[in-house]
Structure formats: C-alpha cells, structure tokens
Design a protein around this ligand. Structure first.
Ligand code: ZEM
Length: 286
C-alpha cells in the first residue's frame, strides 16, 4: 500500500510487471496500450458517452464486446498493482499503465492526469460496436475517429501504435505482428507500410489480411486492411509519408493525440481536477 496520490509508486510497479518472458513477445506493454485505447476509444463527442472514465470494461455490457476479446490479459497483469495500491481507480490505472508502458518501450512521454473514477454512469455507457473494424477502409476509420473528435492527422499518428504488439487469431481473427521488433516503439510501421510489397492473404479462418514474407524474418509481418487504407488515402497518405521519414515528428504527434484520447469525456477545472469528485488527484510524467 502506498500513500494515495503516489503515482510514482504505482508507475514503478507497472514497470516491474512489463517483463513477461512467457507472454507473446516477452512484454505486457502492447496489450496494456490496447487496453487503454479500447477503454477510451468508445467515446462519442456528440452524446458525451463512452471514454475511459468509469472503467466500464470490467462489466459484461462493455467488456463482452467482441472487439475487447483478449484484453482480460491486460487486466490480469494489472491486478496485483491494483491490490497493492487500492486507492487508485481502475480507470486511472489502465490509462497510466499505457503511458508507463509506452515510455518503457522507447516511446514518447505522454502527459497523464489522474482523477478518473470507477463509477459507472449508466447514462454514459457506450453501446457495443464503437471500436474500429480492421477489415474496413478509410470511410469507416473516419466515421469511428471523427465521432471521438480526431482529425485526419491525429488518426494517422494514433495508428502508429501498431508499431507495437501483434494480432491473435483467437482474439480478432487476424494474425501476426506488424513490425519485426514489436516491443520497441518507433516509426517502423510507417516505413514498412510504404516500402514493402504487401500481398493479400486469406487465413484458414477465412479472414483476409496483408502479409510481407522475407526469409530473413522469423515470421510473416501483417497489416490490416485499415492499416493499408491509410497509405492510399489522399488526406491520410501524406502523414504516413511524413511519419515514415521523421520519427521525432511522429513521436510528438503521437504523444499529443494519445494524451487527448485518454482525456476524452473528462471534464476538468483550470487546475486539472475533475469536477464534482473527491477522487485522488495528481499527475504523472513518465
Ligand atoms: Zn489496434 N488492433 N486498431 N490500435 N492495437 C489490434 C492490436 C493492437 C485496430 C484493430 O482492428 C486492431 C489502434 C487502432 C486500431 C493497438 C493499439 C491501437 C488488433 C489485434 C486489431 C485487429 C488484436 C488481437 O488480435 O490481439 C483498428 C481497426 C484500428 C483503427 C482503425 C489505436 C488508435 C491504438 C492505440 C493508440 C495495440 C497496441 C495492439 C497490440 C495488442 C497486443 O495484444 O499485442
């Protein structure tokens, strides 16, 4: 147990659990980033519903959305941290874990503010189906991310999270990592998206994705139809090219967009405190 508000202590324990030799590519980091993204990415600006506040994914209504398959691994990794620092809300823990993991995997520092509560407001519950479907194209991507209030530039920056982790057939139906080193954050995803020759492949479950085969690699690399839709689109495409050439620009834009994602639906006063709650306050800069 640490002192309420000691986010440094929580962050230190998150860092310690990232190394998971038996799991995927040896790190819990990628799935923790996805947990935060799915907790926040249900947000709808027009109706002010969804978002990371409330950690609704703990319950069947949201957790049972098929888009969230596999994220129980991330929640299980974090449970000992929650037990030790019981004062932190799940909503804060999940978002903080992503910020800590991104930094530890070589990514940028992301501004993070505490104060989310675990109170599930039924009137704010997102319906299922708010998260993107990788089998679709640019129109679908815009429909999903414009609903949250993101621009085309921010959409491409956020998509760079696919530098991390992999697809699992038993979770999404897709298979494989996007990049050769999926536990190190970089702009490789954008580089290989434009440089490599991606071939469509139908997996044994009937799901279509794109793959790149190179005998020097241990396994095939993969791209979703939504990933490659970014390259060809006249507004997304130039950002893909810029981020492929300029890692610093990508890191800067990614940090801002990811920070914005984690704040969707959260109203704060001028001091950064969430209004009308007595929840634990503070911030953390990894
Ligand atoms: Zn993802 N993502 N994502 N994503 N994602 C997967 C995995 C990961 C899409 C998508 O369909 C998928 C963003 C945007 C979009 C991560 C972060 C972020 C997987 C594989 C799919 C199918 C899941 C599996 O099988 O385990 C689509 C269609 C997106 C937009 C169009 C954004 C934005 C992200 C964060 C900023 C991460 C880190 C992973 C890897 C998870 C892991 O377990 O390794």
């Amino acid at each position: 147990m640490s002192k309420p508000g000691d986010f440094e202590a929580v962050a230190a324990d998150i860092k310690k659990l990232l190394h998971q030799p038996e799991y995927d590519d040896g790190s819990a980091g990628p799935v923790l980033v996805r947990l935060a993204w799915h907790s926040a990415g249900t947000y709808c600006a027009e109706t002010d519903t969804g978002g990371s506040n409330g950690a609704g994914m703990r319950y069947e209504a949201e957790g049972g959305d098929e888009a969230n398959a596999g994220l129980q691994h991330a929640r299980v990794f974090l449970e000992p941290v929650k037990e030790k620092h019981s004062w932190i809300s799940y909503a804060d823990l999940w978002t903080l874990a992503a910020v800590v993991a991104l930094k530890e995997m070589g990514g940028p520092q992301i501004k993070w503010l505490a104060g989310r509560t675990d109170y599930v407001d039924d009137s704010k519950l997102p319906p299922r189906g708010r998260l993107p479907d990788g089998a679709q194209g640019a129109d679908h991507i815009r429909f999903i991310f414009y609903r949250m209030g993101f621009t085309d530039q921010e959409i491409v920056a956020l998509s760079g999270a696919h530098n991390l982790g992999r697809m699992h057939m038993d979770r999404s139906g897709f298979h494989g990592p996007w990049v050769p080193n999926p536990t190190r954050f970089s702009n490789t995803y954008f580089k290989i998206m434009t440089d490599y020759d991606w071939k469509e492949k139908t997996l044994e479950n009937g799901v279509k994705q794109f793959v790149y085969v190179d005998e020097d690699l241990d396994e095939e690399l993969a791209m979703l139809p939504t990933d490659l839709a970014l390259v060809k689109d006249e507004s997304f495409g130039p950002w893909v090219q810029k981020y492929a050439k300029d890692k610093d620009l990508f890191f800067d834009h990614f940090a801002k967009a990811f920070g914005k994602l984690l704040e969707l639906g959260i109203q704060r006063d001028a001091n950064g405190n969430i209004k009308n709650t007595d929840n634990v306050k503070g911030g953390y800069h990894a």
